[in-house]
Design a protein around this ligand. Structure first.
Ligand SMILES: [Zn+2]
Length: 273
């Protein structure tokens, strides 16, 4: 089990700070909010992800996961924009497959954060088809599907996740459990693991409160962390402990290292020895 920290802007300086803070690995997140990169030439896409990979490896850290470009809300997107985003996600997965990155995290497409689609069955089938397309591109990385926050989240609970895994029907499709998204839905980790425990391969650890997606430090919100610890043990989770809080981004620059150390100490409680 490695302690892994999400990273927007994987430059060498940031990676060195993670070494000093005692982390083992980095989760590449530069890719999640730069979909335009994955509509450029294959060489440009490769150079972008390779640069992040090289920076991480050069300081002796490992790579935990890579986040594919975010999906977009359907209520405010044209069919062309949606198709273009699926292509960007496919291209990201193809690029990641060339770089020995073990896991790539994807989101389902939602209608809107806080509103369900008027035709939920049609949206569900759209997601089944989209996820099958993405899985086909993953030749050398494992796709992990993430649970979502909000009323319109499509995959909101462990039962939703179990149904999606079964409908997609690809044995290689795995799960990224996002703890902040789970408390946003007022759900508990043990219930989520009871539904899909053997398929959870990566985590996004952060805290929030029901109805919100705040990316707080574990313990600052309402998530039941004792229940989470029990679930990791009970279901024999041995993947990485991946942090996705925004805590350090809110600290003053000269205290960022101390912030990273504090967060690492909190994450260490979840390591199974
Ligand atoms: Zn997440």
């Amino acid at each position: 089990m490695l302690l892994s920290r999400t990273c927007f802007g994987t430059d060498k300086e940031y990676c060195k700070m993670l070494v000093d803070a005692g982390y083992d690995a980095v989760d590449i997140n530069d890719t999640s909010h730069k979909p335009e990169i994955f509509l450029q030439s294959t060489d440009q896409q490769f150079a972008f992800v390779k640069n992040a990979v090289d920076n991480i490896l050069s300081v002796g850290l490992k790579i935990g996961q890579c986040h594919a470009p975010h999906s977009i809300s359907l209520w405010c997107s044209t069919p062309d924009e949606v198709e273009q985003r699926i292509v960007a996600i496919e291209n990201c997965v193809k690029t990641v497959s060339k770089l020995n990155i073990p896991y790539t995290v994807i989101h389902p497409f939602v209608f809107a954060f806080n509103k369900q689609d008027e035709d939920p069955e049609k949206l569900w089938q759209f997601n089944v088809d989209y996820i099958r397309r993405i899985c086909k591109c993953a030749t050398n990385t494992t796709i992990c599907l993430e649970n979502m926050p909000g009323e319109g989240g499509v995959i909101r609970t462990g039962d939703d996740m179990a149904k999606m895994l079964s409908d997609v029907g690809d044995d290689n499709l795995m799960v990224c459990l996002d703890t902040g998204h789970l408390i946003s839905q007022n759900c508990k980790a043990t219930d989520f693991f009871a539904a899909v425990g053997d398929r959870v391969k990566t985590l996004h650890i952060h805290d929030s409160i029901p109805g919100q997606d705040l990316h707080l430090l574990a313990g600052e919100g309402r998530f039941d962390w004792e229940d989470f610890k029990n679930a990791l043990r009970q279901y024999n989770y041995h993947g990485n402990i991946n942090s996705e809080s925004n805590f350090v981004y809110k600290s003053p620059k000269d205290l960022q290292l101390e912030g990273q150390i504090l967060e690492r100490k909190i994450l260490e409680k979840f390591l199974i020895k």
